[in-house]
Write a protein that binds this ligand. Sequence first.
Ligand code: FES
Length: 137
Amino acid sequence: MPDGAHIADIADVPDVGSYLFTAEDAFTNEQELILVRCDDEPGIEGWVNNCTHENQRLDRGAGAAMRDGEIICPKHGSMFDACSGECDNGEAAGTTLPSVEITVADGSAFLTDDNYTYLHDGGVGDDDPSSTSHISF
Ligand code: FES
């Protein structure tokens, strides 16, 4: 069992889309992160839930748009490789999503990045019952 916090069971990460969760960064800011499936081992990668071009969430609460193994920015449509985080197209061309270290073990994904402390699933504010940003289905 890895040292990091349990984020999700692998089965909970959608085949097309993303699993959104929130962690605290080294500056005690709440930061949204995502898990996505990728064809390379270990089959799941973790990324910061923000486009590198502008301050735009990739997963706005209902899963990131994805196509052919790439995460699509909802604002200007740049596409990021789900395995490498690299973008070679559109406004964000030449950039790479900041990665988040995760470990896959025992059918689950664990947050093993020293820069982040796991807080909760969902986006920033989704743990607050008075928040109106939480969308339920
Ligand atoms: S904000 Fe993502 S490509 Fe512009």
